[in-house]
Design a protein around this ligand. Structure first.
Ligand SMILES: Nc1nc2c(ncn2[C@@H]2O[C@H](COP(=O)(O)OP(=O)(O)OP(=O)(O)O)[C@@H](O)[C@H]2O)c(=O)[nH]1
Length: 283
């Protein structure tokens, strides 16, 4: 009997947007991927970038449709490169709906751009309205400009922790050298195809972090601590018993055998050192 020939998978059309503060490198990441080149001169995106079309008097531009192949599926991708400047909010807000993927970018040498990631999510949520659903969107966080290592102020574990605790993909990228760009887009598109094939829901492996919110919050708190008391979460002048009790609780929460959150190993070491330092001076 003749075996049935497998039907080719239907081609897919997807919409992707870029988000993040001005000058973090959104346009350069997209150019690096689509045009395999880097533009060092900064030209602010006016509203939305229409890629190959020249800005001139048009304020709405969109990157040309790209065709990519993911597994046996052909995908047509429209990337809308959004301007990061607050001034363009009115132009941007039109573009949030019907999006399958978001490239969320910050500059590793600019703390404000990292701190602003939450407000970008808030802007999107607000524009999608009460019925909008961000769970059916794939987010990839790009920690960009890693080539400028001298100026780096947000390290990998901090960025990864933020992204993964939200169920987002995380990549370290440099639009200048091209590092991480292709890998980022490939994984991003693959996740979007998985999402479409999964009935519009983020596949379980992507949507849930492999660590708890308590672990993530504790690591962040430890990183931001000014001294050993604060690190252990006890009042200055606390007794040996209080220090040991706090230590034991943190050790259980962050022990490398139990916790896989980015930065947990450093946080655990910091807690061990803080306890040693405090006990030296407590009678
Ligand atoms: N060193 C370095 N510079 C980069 C990188 N990516 C972008 N830049 C530079 O950063 C500046 C801003 O890049 P853009 O891609 O225009 O930034 P944008 O986020 O699109 O900015 P808006 O259009 O205003 O939202 C430019 O001068 C780029 O050359 C990178 O990976 N490394």
């Amino acid at each position: 009997m003749e075996s049935k020939r497998k039907e080719p998978a239907k081609s897919l059309r997807i919409k992707v947007i870029s988000m993040g503060n001005a000058e973090v490198g959104k346009s350069c990441i997209i150019k690096r991927y689509c045009e395999k080149r880097f533009v060092s001169k900064y030209l602010a995106t006016i509203g939305i970038d229409y890629g190959v079309t020249k800005a001139s008097r048009i304020i709405l531009k969109r990157l040309a449709t790209i065709e990519v192949q993911v597994r046996d599926r052909e995908i047509k991708v429209n990337i809308f490169d959004m301007a990061g400047h607050p001034f363009f909010f009115e132009v941007r807000n039109e573009f949030y709906k019907d999006t399958q993927g978001v490239i969320l970018v910050y500059d590793v040498g600019q703390k404000e751009s990292f701190d602003a990631l939450d407000s970008w999510l808030a802007e999107m949520k607000q524009e999608l309205g009460p019925h909008g659903n961000m769970d059916n969107v794939v987010f990839v966080v790009c920690a960009n400009k890693i080539d400028c290592s001298k100026h780096r102020c947000i390290d990998e574990s901090e960025g990864r922790l933020w992204a993964e605790s939200k169920g987002f993909l995380y990549f370290e990228t440099s639009a200048q050298t091209g590092e991480g760009i292709n890998e980022m887009f490939q994984t991003f598109y693959m996740s979007i195809v998985d999402l479409c094939e999964n009935g519009g829901k983020r596949p379980a492996t992507n949507s849930s972090a492999s660590f708890t919110k308590e672990q993530a919050d504790t690591i962040r708190r430890i990183r931001g601590s000014k001294d050993s008391w604060e690190m252990l979460g006890v009042r200055p002048g606390a007794s040996r018993e209080e220090v040991n009790k706090a230590y034991r609780k943190l050790a259980v929460l962050l022990h490398p055998d139990k916790c896989v959150a980015p930065g947990s190993e450093d946080a655990f070491k910091a807690v061990v050192n803080a306890r040693t330092a405090l006990l030296k001076n407590i009678k």
